[in-house]
Design a protein around this ligand. Structure first.
Ligand code: PLP
Length: 388
């Protein structure tokens, strides 16, 4: 590969572009993770991480990707044979329920069409029918990164309450935290699962569990085997700013800077920026005469847009043209959407002109790949951006 001038456009829905100041923050010597300098940083981070989750409760930080934090949420709160209610919103929800099955849980997987979020009416119906309270947890992916559909968590919480059911609510926010409005405490979520490499604008390798009092109580009696993921010793060490094993110190330097950026912009502004970029992207897609995968106006993702290509087009070929000609990476169709969609990531460190450049590259790439589109799509997006 010859040298490519300028910046690569990493417009996949995670890992996302890491801001320069975050990269610089990480380029510092790794320090003694049992020493006083680390302890001060540990205390600070374990406190400052909470607002981005919308919680005042503890957040556990793992040196692992999001998949690890999925496992942690399950093994800390559940017992072998417990039933869990899950929803087929897309690829990630499918993987999470597979994990639950492999851990020895009894999975009730509600089928879906990968174009809608988890349905609160079905949550209520299934829980109301579970009079013996065998279902111990409802697992929902907030932002389904494979489809660009965002489930309505407050409505799901309300459905659990309407059924008068004691199940825990476990939510995957791996691609929504720091990009789409989310409130762990206010929405009554019991475990929030998150990762570093999407809305938090960090490299991969760090993940999180935000924990409600109810989830913490469940963890005291839960019997699924757990060692690395065990909240108990970790929370005890965290009280003093320390960790039970070696944390990823340099990612923590980066996290400190990423949180500073998010809080400096203001979380409300961060969410509004993402929603606006998502709107402009949908304006482009519709202007091109293509279809957005998400079918419910209430569930459009602020973090990414999945675009359906015409049936005779291979979406991976379009992506390959765009990578080759314009040095831009777009997200592939995952699982049963392979070849049928491409995904435009518009989350993280991102502004109007990055989006304009991204959409210009997509429009040119579609045309070069021989897809019949209306070139008015880009103008429609620019108009939306210009409107502020
Ligand atoms: C990326 C992602 C995952 C997987 O996280 P890893 O960090 O790759 O382990 C799970 N769920 C969602 C919604 C994601 O976007």
């Amino acid at each position: 590969m010859t040298y490519a001038a300028g910046r690569h456009f990493l417009q996949i829905p995670g890992p996302t572009n890491v801001p320069d100041s975050v990269l610089r923050a990480m380029a510092a010597p790794t320090i003694d993770h049992r020493g006083p300098e680390f302890q001060a940083m540990g205390r600070e981070l374990l406190r400052d991480i909470r607002p981005v989750f919308g919680t005042t409760n503890p957040v556990v930080i793992y040196p692992a990707t999001g998949t690890g934090a999925w496992e942690a949420a399950l093994v800390n709160t559940l017992n072998p044979g417990d039933a869990v209610l899950t929803f087929e919103t897309g690829h990630f929800a499918t993987l999470w329920q597979e994990m639950a099955g492999r851990l020895g849980l009894e999975v009730h997987f509600v089928p879906g069409d990968w174009r809608h979020g988890a349905d609160p009416a079905i949550v209520e119906e299934r829980l109301a029918a579970d009079t013996g309270h065998r279902i111990k947890a409802v697992c929902v992916v907030h932002n389904e990164t494979s489809t660009g559909v965002t489930s309505r968590i407050p409505e799901i919480r309300a459905a659990i309450d309407a059924a008068g059911h004691p199940a825990l609510l476990l939510v995957d926010t791996i691609s929504s935290l720091g990009s789409i409005d989310y409130r762990h405490d206010e929405w009554g979520v019991d475990v929030t699962v998150a990762g570093s490499q999407k809305g938090l604008m960090l490299p991969p390798g760090m993940s999180f569990n935000a924990i409600s009092d109810k989830a913490l109580a469940a963890s005291r009696t839960a019997t699924l085997p757990r060692v690395f993921w065990d909240w108990g010793p970790m929370l005890a060490a965290n009280e003093r700013g320390f960790f039970t094993y070696t944390p990823n110190t340099n990612l923590m330097y980066g996290l400190r800077e990423a949180l500073r950026l998010l809080y400096d912009e203001g979380l409300e502004n961060v969410f509004a920026r993402h929603a606006r970029h998502a709107e402009a992207t949908r304006a482009a897609v519709r202007g091109w005469g293509l279809e957005v995968l998400c079918l419910d106006e209430r569930e459009h993702s602020g973090a990414l847009t999945a675009v359906l290509v015409p049936a005779d087009v291979d979406a991976d070929k379009v992506r390959a043209v765009i990578l080759d000609r314009f040095d831009m990476s777009l997200g592939a169709g995952l699982g049963k959407l392979a070849g049928k969609v491409f995904r435009i990531g518009h989350l993280g460190s991102f502004n109007d002109l990055t989006l304009a450049g991204t959409l210009a590259g997509v429009q040119m790439g579609l045309t070069l790949a021989g897809v019949k589109i209306d070139p008015g799509g880009l103008d429609a997006a620019l108009e939306r951006l210009q409107a502020g």
